[in-house]
Design a protein around this ligand. Sequence first.
Ligand code: HDE
Length: 697
Amino acid sequence: MSNTKTSMSDQAASLGHGGELHQTASRPDARITTNHGVPISDNQNSLKAGRRGPSLLEDFVLREKIQHFDHERIPERIVHARGSAAHGFFELTDSLAEFTTAKILTEVGKKTEVFTRFSTVAGGAGSVDTPRDVRGFAVKMYTVEGNWDLVGNNIPVFFIQDAIKFPDLVHAAKMEADRGYPQAATAHDTFWDFIGLMPESMHMIMWAMSDRTIPRSLRMMEGFGVNTFRLVDANGKGTLVKFHWRPKLGTQSTCWDEALKIAGADPDFHRRDLHDAIAAGDFPEWEFGVQLFTDEEAEALPFDILDATKLVPEEVKPIRVVGRMVLDRNPTNFFAETEQVAYLPTNMPPGIDVSEDPLLQGRLFSYQDTQLSRLGSTNFHQLPINQAKGCPFQNFQRDGHMQTQVIPGRANYEPNSLGEAGEVAGPRADPKGGFRSVAVPVGETKVRLRAESFADHFSQARLFFRSQTEIEQSHMASALVFELSKVTLPHVRLRVLSLLRNVDETLAQRVANGMNLDLPEAATPAVAPQDLPPSPALRIVGKYPETLKGRAVGILVSDGADGAMVEAVRKAAMAEGAKVMIVAPKVGGVTLKDGRKLPADGQLAGTPSVIFDAVAVVLSEAGCTQMMQDSAAQDFASFAFVHLKAIGHSPEAMPLLKKAGVMPDEGILDLAKGVDGFTAMAATRRWAREPKVRMLA
Ligand code: HDE
């Protein structure tokens, strides 16, 4: 009797708002059941014919459990498979009512729930977080007029101009078809073969070879809508728009050598960083901005606004900041939310519309289609993470795989007059408030071609390269040398070099020198490149203020270390907004000079300096002697040095630093002289050190 009572109350508790069933696993008194609610008496042993006999087919508990497990995986995303996400909100700070009717862009101060997923592009779902790759930046905003998915990247342009090339691009970039490698890397023959044959990719290649593709943190990336969209006012008038996200923590990157080493030290580096920051209440925030253009302004630009390989420099059209996004809640369940979320560029509230960009036009088909194979049902919009939470969705689409709605009545067609008989008639179109497309004139002859206005492939690649600081230019040249040195086909290397000559002769020469090759003849461009005025806004170095906020400082300690020094560094770094970790040879920590115990946050062998932005090495004399026998301790110091980090140290730690090849410069500080300068030095990389530790192209 009491059993029946429990099972009925369990069931009642598990019925959600819409009548959907929820797991009760979080309840301490919850009984384990089959998927159909039958209580299970033993979850450790299968049903057997005798004590040592074979298992019985009759054992539906075993069969159901194994079978469900066998089907746990769904196809991973064909691109952007590796991703990390968080919940948060969008808040409008400046109304765009002059240009659009979309409530999310006109109601200042209103907060709209969002779910944002960041991703790498090429690697599989289980690949590492830090390859050189473009990052996806997809934001789902649950607005009161339906979901708005702004499915962007951390780079404002793209490799190709027409969607028809996308499968080729992705095939070429992913692991090679016969051998199944390399994973999550573009440094291989087929990618560069494709690039060498696609001059339109040169602008994006400049971005891909810049430090933008090795971000320090998902919290420190800019985001871009890439394609041009339209805002639509109450009269149906369209205004062209490009969307931007700017991180409050600034754009920051790793060093390439560091990114490679992080891949080994912590394959989940970015996922962990995002999760930990949000869990600690350190919520990442972005400004939301727009660049708006009338058709006439767009017409006057020296390229086509419908061409996704081009950007509009901020110096030409400033970004108007109109909102902010804060991510303040980690997903509760990775699969249900981060994996099952489905972003669709076709999700737009009334007041926002697409442009004729041929890349975007292809995307308008692709995302809906890919969800059908990935999530397996046309009802994927009913999954909690995909539901239009800001408003109800209602239409006459019915049935299908995994239908979870129990819709009453017989009105499943439209028009109907069932309302006249007092029955529920269902929803109707809303000519005024419903989604409307801008009346853009079209109607030329059908053609399969690339518009002449898309023909200039080099001017903006040149603009980007020439807008960079010297430091960034040398990183780009070195990245190209690294990638092309992994290419095994000589003609592929030469073809890329011949394209680079149209971007910038000095760049091409540096890359050729870096491979010890002679420069081939320049490729013949379809349109002669122009020298556009440089755009300093395209840099990372020097663009944002230097800060320790959101960054991490590691303090390596030994037995007998000076506790006051450790404490002073910790306090100073935390006061600047950094996360601080104590690293010791043993995870139980060390005994300080004054006899106090200092617990460690990480063991030295598993907590290398690559996961920190700056380090302090606070050792006793005996501790230093011991650590000099440990390659992990030497690597800690030497990698911090070659990755251009500030290193604070106790005087006793000098022998270790010397053995590790650390040479004195303004970023190496004796902490016995005070910790004051340390945080200022730690707020940025010591770029001046780089030529002394690395052969740059
Ligand atoms: Fe995507 N892209 N894409 N893409 N894309 C997908 O949709 C596609 C492009 C972007 O976190 C897929 O749900 C085509 C540009 C992001 O879930 C797929 C073309 C930009 C994500 C697809 C492009 C993006 C995707 C695979 C060329 C920046 C991850 C899984 C016409 C503006 C979203 C999925 C997430 C995912 C197609 C080009 C961004 C196959 C055909 C340009 C951030 O539908």
